[in-house]
Design a protein around this ligand. Structure first.
Ligand SMILES: Cc1cc2nc3c(=O)[nH]c(=O)nc-3n(C[C@H](O)[C@H](O)[C@H](O)COP(=O)(O)OP(=O)(O)OC[C@H]3O[C@@H](n4cnc5c(N)ncnc54)[C@H](O)[C@@H]3O)c2cc1C
Length: 270
């Protein structure tokens, strides 16, 4: 059945062959960032860290964009963390959604930021900038991550302190969660940094790796392919520069078909 969308702006028929889900909750952080939760279709299976194509009917046409699922694979709802691009074909509309509205989702998730694409290790680094934290929001809430790794380090770099709030809220949620709190214990370390304001950790993650400050601050040894695994999600430049540093430390890039020591995914195209 094609469910009619609720608001007038989206009041058109839903295309066949896609899920049409109901928005449950929306939280705005800044004029550039928000998060929303929506119903999860019964048949929708994904691995924590994967992305799906999310869409809205705009006029009589659906517009889809890739979105990392930010909620973990066990969650009954789906969560997404989104940018607001002022004239963006999708997000200029998506940023206006309200509980009760309909969001479209294509049926097949995919992605390389999954635990299966990494060989076993001790310490897992998740390097993110901006909305690149989204796949890691999923993985840090998945018990499997802590079965596979003794230590999980999430770095999140943004321009301004206000843009870090989603990450801080995640940490708080995990600390207070009925079963995750115990599973995660002190295995998860959060390392937020900003580049354009004063803050307790300042600078680009690549500079913090190069100088060794990241490791000193965390009290861990420098990157080591024997023990350390990495996942990177950010802009094309951030991926290129961080990847080069991991390769310099002796880690090799993996994929679903060929697990290795680190994996990467672009947080957006452009
Ligand atoms: C694998 C993958 C996963 C993604 N996951 C997410 C996600 O979880 N959350 C999310 O908000 N976006 C994510 N994106 C980006 C998303 O697909 C869209 O680009 C974004 O929603 C903007 O859509 P738009 O149609 O409004 O503008 P678009 O026409 O898609 O983008 C316009 C311009 O805005 C900039 N831009 C787009 N997305 C971002 C972003 N996330 N951060 C900073 N600048 C951006 C780029 O310069 C881009 O050229 C992902 C992209 C890829 C490839």
């Amino acid at each position: 059945m094609n469910a009619p969308a609720k608001t007038e702006e989206f009041a058109v028929k839903i295309p066949d062959g896609v899920y049409a889900e109901t928005v449950l909750d929306v939280e705005h952080y800044t004029d550039r960032l928000f998060r929303f939760r929506m119903t999860r279709p019964a048949g929708f299976r994904f691995r924590s860290g994967e992305f799906a194509m999310i869409g809205l009917m705009v006029g009589d046409k659906p517009i889809y964009r890739a979105y990392s699922v930010a909620s973990p694979a066990w969650d009954e709802e789906l969560e997404f963390f989104s940018i607001k691009v002022p004239d963006g074909p999708l997000t200029s509309h998506l940023q206006k959604i309200q509980p009760g509205d309909i969001v479209l989702m294509r049926k097949k998730p995919t992605g390389t930021l999954v635990l299966d694409a990494l060989t076993p290790g001790k310490r897992l680094y998740m390097f993110s900038t901006g909305t690149g934290i989204a796949p890691f929001a999923s993985l840090i809430r998945d018990p499997e991550t802590y079965e596979k790794f003794d230590e999980v380090i999430l770095t999140h770099t943004c321009r301004e302190v206000a843009e870090l709030k989603y990450g801080f809220d995640l940490m708080e949620e995990i600390r207070n969660h009925e079963f995750l709190a115990e599973i995660v214990g002190d295995k998860l370390k959060h390392y937020p940094t900003v580049t354009r304001e004063e803050f307790w950790h300042k600078g680009r993650i690549t500079d913090l790796i190069t100088s060794g400050k990241l490791f000193t601050d965390l009290g861990v040894p420098p990157l080591d392919p024997e023990t350390d695994r990495g996942m990177i999600c950010g802009s094309s430049d951030m991926l290129k520069d961080t990847k080069a540093l991991l390769e310099k430390a002796g880690l090799t890039e993996g994929a679903n078909s060929k697990p290795a020591e680190f994996v990467i995914e672009r947080a957006f195209v452009g």
